[in-house]
Design a protein around this ligand. Structure first.
Ligand SMILES: *Cc1c(COP(=O)(O)O)cnc(C)c1O
Length: 466
C-alpha cells in the first residue's frame, strides 16, 4: 500500500471551488453538495488500498461527475413520478387514481389564494367546509346529504361510531373482509365502539340470519362490498333492497360500504356491472360510504352520503375533525364530480375511466407504434406486440380481465432480472410486469410522453448491459 496516494485526494474546498460545482449551488442547497462531496471522497478513501497510482488517477478523473450525479440524486424529491407499465389502472402502490390538469388547476387556484373554505359568502359569517360538495354530490349520486372525510376507511369508522357506538352491528360472515393496508372490518368495528354481530356463513347468508339476530342492542345492519375477492359457486348473499325490508320492520338503519364508488354503470363499456352509489341509495341504504380515488377517479377521500339526520350527527362527532379533508381535496373532488354531470365528460376526462374504457384498437395501434420506436434495440432485445390482459386494481373488480396489448421485451442475453432493475432505477422509474421470461409493458396505463421516457430508459439500461 502506498500512503502517498492519500495525498492525491483533493480537499473539500478545492472541489467546492470547481466551476461546475459552484454552478450547482444555483439549484442545489449547499449542504447537499457538501454531503455529496464528503461521501464520494470517503468512498474513494475506503477503496484506495485496492488502487495503484494509475488506478487512483482514473478514479479522480471521474470524481467530479460522480459528485454531480450524487448531489442531483440527493436533491430529488423522494415522492416522484414513475411510468406505470403494469396495466393496473388503479395501482395502489403507484398512486391509485390520477387527476387531470383541469382538476389540478382548480386545486392550484384555490390553494394559492384565499378562499371561502369555511366562510358563508351569503351570510357574511363562518360557514362549513363540507357545504361546498353537498350540491354536486346530491346532483351526481343523490342522497339527502353528504360528508367527505380523509378516506373510505375513515368514512366507515366515522359512520359506525356515530350510528352504532355501544350497539351491535349485524354483518354477514361472507363480508368480513380485509382490504390492503390493514382495513379489516372486525377491527374497524372494534375501533368504532360498535359490537360486531356476525351472521350466516362464509358462502351463504340469508335474510333470516339477519332477522334472527336482531335484538334490543342492534344498532345497524351493515353490508360491505367484497371489493377485492369473490366467493363463487354455492353462494347467496342478501342485497340492500332485502335488508331494507328489515329496516322498515324494526326501524334499524342500513349502512353500505361500497368500497369503490362507481357512479355510472360501466357495463356499457364492456366492464362487469357493479352496483352504483345511487342504486344503493335507491334500494334503501340509509348511509353509503365509498372512496374518492378508486373507480370514481378523484383525489383520496371517503365520501358518505345518505339521510340528513345521520350526516348531521356525524358532523358533530369529534372524529370528523380528526378525519377532515383540506382544501386541496375539496377542490379536486368538486372538479372531478362535476364531470359526472355529463357522462361523456366523465369517461373522456377522468384518467381512471378513460384508461378503463379505451378501445382495444387504440391499444393495439399504440403498442405497435411503441414497438416500432424500439426497433433500434433489436440487437439486444426480442421485441414483440402481444395480446394480454390488464387489471382494474385498487381492490376493484378483482376478476375483471380487460383485453389489452403489451410490448414484450426479451433480452437476448437472458438477463431479465437486470433489465427490470435498470428500468426501475431509471431517472423516471419504469415499472413493468415480468412474466414467463419476458418484460411486459402494457400500453393501457402509459401517459403522453411515457413512450419517450421508456425509449430513453432502454437506451440507458442497454448501455450498462453491453
Ligand atoms: C377500498 C375499500 C375500503 C378502504 O377505502 P380507502 O379509501 O382506501 O380508505 C373500505 N372498504 C371497502 C369495501 C373497500 O373496497
Amino acid at each position: 500500500m502506498d500512503n502517498n496516494l492519500y495525498k492525491l485526494l483533493p480537499k473539500v474546498d478545492d472541489i467546492l471551488a470547481m466551476e461546475d460545482i459552484k454552478e450547482l449551488q444555483n439549484n442545489i442547497p449547499y449542504s447537499i453538495i457538501l454531503e455529496s462531496i464528503r461521501e464520494e471522497l470517503d468512498n474513494l478513501r475506503n477503496r484506495i488500498k485496492e488502487l495503484d497510482e494509475q488506478g487512483l488517477l482514473k478514479e479522480l478523473s471521474m470524481l467530479k461527475d460522480r459528485i454531480l450525479r450524487l448531489a442531483n440524486k440527493k436533491n430529488r424529491y423522494k415522492l416522484r413520478t414513475v411510468v406505470n407499465g403494469t396495466g393496473i389502472v388503479i395501482h395502489t402502490n403507484l398512486g391509485r387514481s390520477l387527476i387531470n390538469e383541469e382538476v389540478i388547476e382548480n386545486m392550484k387556484t384555490v390553494s394559492t389564494k384565499y378562499s371561502n373554505l369555511e366562510y358563508d359568502l351569503e351570510k357574511g359569517m363562518r360557514g362549513s367546509r363540507y357545504s361546498h360538495l353537498e350540491e354536486v354530490v346530491a346532483n351526481v349520486v343523490g342522497g339527502e346529504a353528504a360528508l367527505v372525510v380523509n378516506n373510505n376507511a375513515a368514512a366507515v369508522l366515522l359512520t359506525l361510531s356515530t350510528v352504532a357506538r355501544g350497539k351491535e352491528v349485524i354483518v354477514s360472515r361472507g363480508e368480513l373482509i380485509e382490504i390492503g393496508g390493514a382495513f379489516r372490518v372486525p377491527e374497524v368495528m372494534e375501533q368504532s365502539g360498535a359490537i360486531l354481530r356476525e351472521v350466516g356463513t362464509t358462502n351463504k347468508t340469508h335474510l333470516r340470519d339477519y332477522e334472527n339476530s336482531i335484538n334490543d342492542m342492534t344498532g345497524a345492519l351493515l353490508k360491505v362490498h367484497t371489493s377485492n375477492y369473490r366467493i363463487l359457486g354455492f353462494t347467496s348473499n342478501v342485497e340492500i333492497d332485502e335488508l331494507a325490508i328489515l329496516k322498515e320492520k324494526y326501524n334499524i338503519p342500513v349502512i353500505e360500504d361500497l368500497g369503490s364508488g362507481v357512479l355510472i354503470d360501466l357495463s356499457k363499456y364492456g366492464i362487469s356491472y357493479e352496483p352504483t352509489v345511487s342504486q344503493s341509495l335507491k334500494k334503501g341504504a340509509d348511509i353509503v360510504t365509498f372512496s374518492g380515488d378508486k373507480l370514481l377517479g378523484g383525489p383520496q377521500a371517503g365520501i358518505i352520503v345518505g339521510k340528513r339526520e345521520w350526516i348531521e350527527k356525524m358532523k358533530k362527532n369529534p372524529l370528523t375533525r380528526a378525519f377532515r379533508v383540506d382544501k386541496f381535496t375539496i377542490a379536486a373532488l368538486e372538479a372531478t364530480l362535476r364531470y359526472y354531470l355529463d357522462e361523456n365528460d366523465a369517461i373522456s376526462k377522468i384518467p381512471t375511466l378513460r384508461m378503463l374504457t379505451v378501445k382495444l384498437e387504440e391499444l393495439k395501434l399504440r403498442s405497435e407504434k411503441l414497438a416500432s420506436d424500439m426497433a433500434a434495440f433489436g440487437e439486444y432485445l426480442d421485441i414483440n406486440v402481444e395480446e394480454s390482459y390488464s387489471e382494474v386494481g385498487g381492490g376493484s373488480l378483482p376478476l375483471e380481465k380487460l383485453k389489452t396489448y403489451c410490448v414484450t421485451l426479451k433480452p437476448k442475453d437472458g438477463n431479465l432480472v437486470l433489465l427490470e432493475r435498470l428500468l426501475r432505477e431509471n431517472d423516471t422509474p419504469i415499472i413493468v410486469r415480468v412474466f414467463k421470461e419476458k418484460i411486459y409493458i402494457d400500453v393501457r396505463t402509459l401517459l403522453n410522453g411515457d413512450d419517450l421516457t421508456i425509449i430513453d430508459g432502454l437506451k440507458n439500461a442497454l448501455r450498462y448491459e453491453v
